[in-house]
Write a protein that binds this ligand. Structure first.
Ligand code: PLP
Length: 538
């Protein structure tokens, strides 16, 4: 029998990994996915290793000032569990040599992860591995040189042979340039080097908004020394002008994937005019149950026993945490709705508060309670305003609206276990996947969500959660928001609240359905199996 270990060997490149709350080399969902992927690879014995960067300041710490405005702090962390491989590789950034030390991490139940680090005494450019997603576009290219070019050189120096290079997001694209350089050094023409390199690369695209896909002027790639001998025309043929990292990755890969079925449709529509792009298949993300799901809930979902009791234990744990953090006293016998994600306008974090005449009375009598958490980008004022507004609401309704500062894996795990309902209302179709909803569903926390990301694949309205908005899409943001706001209030007032308070048996049955419908279908094992079947097949 073939074991997984005999499958193609894969090196997975990602800018960030969310493996553990205090290992701050991640910023958000992309990193959490990468972390879960490596844990799944370890659990199920897939021959996968990860390549990343040892960020000095990965995830910033978010705090709220006395005026209710968020601010960030970057703390230094020491990771004494990183193993020194003794290997250092060199890359060139803006004409200058940069040494990259290679660390190995095999903690937290993950497959081996190699992390590059430029914070070395001999480097003038120590800053490169300084701040994840911080800095200018030049800085970003420097970081991508370390990840991509340094990453391939690290594999060579470590003597690790792989069959495939998997780029999680376009950040890793420069690894493809390094593979092409190797081919060309062996005498291949540009065309042949391109064709051969393509055979070894697969690519996962995430961002379903065109402007969210990183691009650079071709000049920048050249003066930053990212081009590795490719000339202006060759760069343009790969990534266009300006050079788009996603377009480049689509043209340098043999196959690509989107991260949910709906996202597959969106991504194919977005990139349909790109000549020479690889096929984009849809492989829905999955989450690592060992990290995110309470085993008592999984068992309860299976046996049908102790569903409510197990859930209430998780809810009490969350309520206690909230009180310790904020002083708010939530009631375990009242409906508790959670919302935590990166704060950006299209996710409409405060949509549910947009009609005070409807929602305020419910908050006053504590009939619904909300916990919010999420970070806003420090330079994005619109998003910081949203956080400030949530903080203001939490002061207005101290025991029914809570804002938890410093969202991270610990808060994510507590909230997706301990809330009753998981709310999600992005402007469709802007959410690629939305894995927090999977975590919630597997814990018996019922999703109340727009039909975006993964949810159309799982939702049976009124059976295992609820949808609202009927998949409405539109260019007119005002009309879209109005449609979704009305729909949200209708489902909340006519279905969610009455079921919670007046039909307990139905609620518990829905919790069980939620667990059963998602535990395997949205686990990282299913995702890995599909990667091997549809993306990695040689
Ligand atoms: C699960 C998780 C995410 C990704 O979830 P989304 O639904 O995409 O927001 C992001 N950050 C943290 C801390 C998580 O636990």
């Amino acid at each position: 029998m073939e074991t997984n270990a005999q499958q193609p060997k894969v090196a997975y490149f990602c800018m960030e990994y969310g493996l553990q709350n205090d290992l701050k080399i991640y910023a958000g969902g992309l990193g959490i996915l990468a972390g879960d992927y490596l844990k799944g690879a370890k659990d199920h014995d897939y021959p996968i290793i990860g390549i990343g960067i040892k960020w000095k300041h990965g995830y910033s710490d978010q705090h709220i000032d006395e005026h209710g405005k968020p601010y960030v702090l970057y703390n230094d962390y020491d990771y004494d569990y990183l193993e020194d491989t003794g290997v250092t590789v060199d890359v060139t950034v803006r004409g200058r040599n940069v040494a990259c030390k290679v660390w190995k991490l095999e903690e937290f139940g993950s497959a081996p992860l190699y992390l590059l680090d430029t914070d070395l005494p001999q480097n003038e450019d120590k800053w490169i591995s300084g701040r994840l997603y911080g800095g200018t576009k030049d800085d970003r290219v420097a970081q991508e040189i370390v990840l991509g070019i340094g990453g391939v050189r690290a594999l060579r120096a470590l003597g690790i042979e792989v069959d495939l290079y998997h780029f999680n997001e376009g950040h890793a694209l420069l690894a493809g340039f390094e593979l092409m350089r190797e081919e060309r050094d062996n005498g291949a023409s540009f065309e042949d080097a391109w064709a051969r390199t393509r055979e070894k690369i697969v690519f996962t695209t995430h961002t379903p908004v065109v402007q969210g896909n990183e691009s650079h002027t071709i000049d920048r790639l050249m003066y930053m020394s990212a081009n590795l001998g490719l000339d202006w025309d060759q760069l343009m043929r790969l990534g266009g002008n300006p050079f788009n990292m996603t377009v480049g990755a689509l043209r340098l890969s043999r196959k690509s994937n989107a991260v949910a079925q709906l996202h597959g449709t969106t991504a194919n529509r977005m990139w349909k005019n790109i000549q020479g792009a690889s096929e984009i298949v849809a492989i829905t993300n999955g989450v690592h149950p060992g990290t995110w799901v309470d085993s008592a809930m999984l068992k309860a979902g299976e046996t049908g026993k102790n569903i409510w009791e197990s859930h209430q234990a998780n809810k009490r744990d969350l309520i206690k945490f909230v009180e310790e953090e904020t002083g708010a006293k939530l009631d375990e016998n009242k409906l508790l709705i959670g919302f935590s994600r990166r704060t950006v306008p299209y996710k409409r974090t405060d949509l549910v508060f947009s009609r005070p005449e409807i929602i305020n009375p419910l908050l006053e009598e504590q009939k619904v309670q909300f916990i919010f958490s999420g970070k806003a980008h420090p330079n994005d004022d619109a998003s910081r305003q949203i956080v400030a507004r949530l903080v203001e609401l939490s002061r207005q309704f101290p025991n029914s609206v809570v804002f938890l500062e410093n969202y991270g894996m610990t808060i994510g795990a507590k909230m997706t276990r301990g809330c009753d309902v998981w709310l999600n209302n992005p402007r469709r179709p802007k959410e690629a996947s939305g894995t927090s909803g999977m975590k919630a569903a597997m814990n018996g926390v019922l999703n109340l969500s727009i039909l975006d990301g993964w949810w159309p694949e799982a939702c049976h309205h009124g059976f295992n959660g609820w949808q609202f908005g009927n998949a409405y899409e539109g260019e007119n943001v005002v009309a879209l928001d109005e449609n979704d706001r009305k729909a949200l209030y209708a489902v909340l007032l006519e279905e969610v609240i009455p079921t919670y308070y007046d039909n307990h048996d139905q609620w518990v049955a829905m919790m069980r359905n939620s667990i059963q419908d998602t535990r395997d279908a949205f686990s990282v094992k299913r995702m890995l199996d599909e990667y091997y079947e549809h993306l990695y097949q040689m």
